[in-house]
Design a protein around this ligand. Structure first.
Ligand SMILES: [Zn+2]
Length: 470
């Protein structure tokens, strides 16, 4: 029999925010076997000898499922801070693209590794990625042993997009067939404004063939919606619906400018990944999502309290289209949001929503916690709960620090006060990836040197870089 790990005296926070005080979590072969109240006899009740188990004391700590970063571009860590205080157009055209276009596969690998290190440090045990040279991200994720769903980016405006889709399909098939299941792949058309409908239709068809989902940016700004209406006579969500992409699993990066009637177009497996730090940085506006989401979540509000009743009078209720408005938390890449911590993002989301709605009671802590856990909806594994039979992707939070203490409400402490310093341990399938405050996947100094070297090379290679002051 393999050795068991027992997280003893843990305070467990479930995915719905409910609490179990002082429980022992028994993990074997990466799977949670039992979650039982800690008693003097709990360990002996496991019928294990001391040689068969490691008892790891979690007294005073809180154990939760690991966090999911539902939308990122992990290799962009090497571009962290390179494009500040500019409009979204200048951000991309003048700052990001000149550097991005000269990144090598090795840069992508190092950038992804740096991102994975940072994410594990923050308590992320799974991430959904969207970038080019995706095979290098697969390598970095598999070496680190983190869970990931990686989508090779397809730019439909490029003449050879069909070749890119074929290459992506070969890689997806190879990875999805052969790995241990922690790292999977899906198809990543960039966005409706960079991929014409024919390209989106081809990506959807390919995703169905390969039995995978899609991951795409949608309606991130007001201008993107208006340009779609001008070009195609329809909004981006209508375009996606018509090509069938909303009828298969789909991660909708952003989508904050969704319109009320578009909620009815969403499928059961459509999940939004919001990244509010990027919206603040690039001045993307509030959009409509906060209001629509809160309307759907708040059963205590009357149907028209925020003015959302369709022309047919049906109204957007949690029973109609509203149940499909499922929103999770991403970070976007470090090129726009600088950090890859979902806790920082959900904190901003809650604060912005309260401010925008003019309602301090909107998006209470347990709803924000559920948003963090919504990321599990897109990962086809038995994860996302601290309960028997679930895979042990877990975080041990130590909230006994000056910036979180005292703890009246652990969810409030995590969402509004905690940072990576409070993430004491991180486990993926029962293996420690961070233990006693130290990330274990690689040497940090070496990683910093490698990524610092990329910065020097990029600055030397791109003429525009001379204008950037460091
Ligand atoms: Zn993005």
């Amino acid at each position: 029999m393999s050795r068991s790990l027992i997280l003893s005296n843990s305070n467990v926070i479930r995915s719905d925010g409910s609490l179990l005080y002082r429980h022992d979590i028994v993990i074997r072969d990466g799977v949670i076997q039992s979650v039982l109240p800690s008693t003097e006899h709990a360990v002996s009740d496991c019928h294990l000898s001391l040689e068969d188990m490691e008892v790891y004391d979690c007294s005073g700590c809180f154990v939760t499922s690991g966090l999911v970063n539902l939308h990122t571009h992990s290799p962009m860590t090497v571009l962290r801070g390179i494009a500040e205080d500019v409009s979204v157009d200048r951000w991309f055209n003048e700052k990001i693209w000149p550097f991005e276009s000269i990144l090598t596969p090795e840069d992508i690998y190092v950038g992804a590794k740096l991102a994975i290190y940072e994410m594990l440090d923050c308590g992320v045990t799974a991430f959904c990625d969207h970038y080019f040279f995706a095979e290098k991200i697969v390598d970095a994720a598999m070496e680190a042993g983190i869970r990931a769903d990686i989508a090779p980016t397809i730019f439909g405006a490029l003449p050879d997009w069909r070749d890119d889709l074929d290459d992506a399909s070969i890689l997806i098939k190879k990875v999805n067939d052969k790995t241990d299941g922690r790292v999977k792949m899906s198809i990543g058309p960039h966005a409706p404004y960079t991929c014409p409908p024919a390209v989106l239709a081809a990506c959807t068809e390919r995703a169905i063939e390969l039995k995978v989902g899609t991951h795409i940016h949608v309606s991130e700004t007001y201008d993107q919606v208006q340009e779609s209406i001008e070009q195609y006579g329809k909004t981006p969500f209508v375009v996606l619906k018509e090509v069938g992409m909303l009828d298969i699993p789909c991660i909708i990066g952003h989508g904050i400018w969704i319109q009320e009637e578009e909620v009815f177009l969403l499928g059961e497996d459509s999940v939004f990944a919001v990244c509010p730090k990027t919206y603040l940085k690039l001045s993307s506006g509030f959009g409509n999502l906060y209001k629509l989401q809160w309307h759907c979540l708040s059963n205590h509000h009357t149907p028209d309290s925020y003015g959302f009743v369709s022309q047919s009078g049906e109204g957007l209720t949690s029973e109609s289209g509203g149940q499909r408005l499922r929103v999770g938390i991403g970070t976007d890449g470090a090129g726009s949001s600088n950090t890859l911590n979902p806790i920082e993002q959900v904190r901003l989301y809650g604060l912005l929503a309260k401010h925008h709605l003019g309602d301090a009671s909107a998006f209470p802590c347990h709803e924000l916690w559920r948003m963090l856990m919504n990321g599990y909806a897109v990962l086809d594994d038995n994860i996302g709960e601290v309960a028997p039979t679930y895979i042990a992707d877990l975080v041990v939070w130590d909230l006994a620090t000056c910036h979180t203490w005292p703890v009246y409400d652990p969810l409030a402490a995590i969402i509004y006060s905690a940072d990576a310093r409070n993430v004491r341990d991180v486990l993926v399938e029962g293996e420690f990836k961070k233990k006693a405050g130290k990330v274990l996947i690689c040497d940090e100094e070496e990683l910093l040197q490698q990524s610092g070297g990329i910065k020097e090379r990029l600055l030397a290679a791109v003429p525009q870089a001379s204008k950037i002051k460091y």
